[in-house]
Write a protein that binds this ligand. Structure first.
Ligand code: NI
Ligand code: MN
Length: 228
């Protein structure tokens, strides 16, 4: 599989012949490596209703015909904006797709939609990728929570964790998250988009190497990580 950071909390995961886009925020992102018109996706995952995660979802879904996977409230809101294919979940629920399985995990955050509508509960995503037999966890926007231990208990090949602080976990709590999740590989997200969430990701990665068992990978927007 190939995971590309598109800046902020937007990720493009290629597995087998499928492209899964997470939390599309590109056209108004100061660090995005692409514009929304340039992205191809078969599936779009949306973790919660904040604009820095959903801003470009409807236009990409309408252009590509991608299936949007999110919570029920966000799927209903997107359908109202003309998105044809959505699959609403609730926390703990999952579904099977050609790429494998996706499950919504708890996240401690909030989820108001850009127009003030109720966005349901925020989530993370646990993916089982059929082609490579990999388990990937996107924590998405969340505080540290002890149930991460449970999420990691079946083994994780990769965890993508926010380190930006202010709106999500910061570097110290993200380090504690690595020690609860025990992933083989870890990638930081949701930092350096704007000054209030500026972080030294290299320094964080050095602490991951010293204080955890995981292998850190710090990407720049546009860079990719490949795992087999
Ligand atoms: Ni948020
Ligand atoms: Mn956010």
């Amino acid at each position: 599989m190939e995971l590309t950071w598109l800046g902020h909390a937007t990720w493009l995961l290629k597995t087998g012949s499928h492209s899964i886009l997470l939390d599309p925020f590109l056209d108004d992102s100061p660090t995005a490596s692409l514009k929304s018109a340039q992205v191809a996706a078969d599936f779009i995952l949306v973790s919660h209703g904040h604009a820095d995660h959903i801003a470009d979802c409807a236009k990409i879904a309408k252009r590509t015909g991608a299936l949007v996977i999110s919570n029920y409230e966000i799927c209903t809101w997107l359908a109202g904006q003309g998105v044809a294919k959505t699959l609403g979940h609730n926390l703990g629920g999952g579904s099977q797709h050609p790429f494998g399985r996706v499950q919504l995990t708890i996240a401690h955050h909030s989820s108001q939609l850009p127009d003030g509508s109720y966005g349901g509960n925020p989530s993370g995503f646990l993916l089982w990728l059929a082609a490579e037999k990999l388990r990937v966890y996107f924590a998405c926007d969340t505080a540290l929570f002890y149930d991460m231990k449970l999420i990691g208990s079946a083994g994780l090949d990769l965890a993508v964790l926010p380190i930006g602080d202010l709106f999500t976990m910061g570097p110290d709590d993200a380090l504690a998250a690595v020690n609860l999740l025990h992933p083989k590989h870890v990638v930081p997200s949701h930092f350096n988009t704007w000054p209030p969430i500026a972080q030294d990701a290299q320094a964080w990665a050095e602490r991951v190497e010293q204080e955890t068992q995981a292998v850190p990978h710090v990407l720049k927007p546009g860079e990719k990580l490949k795992l087999e």
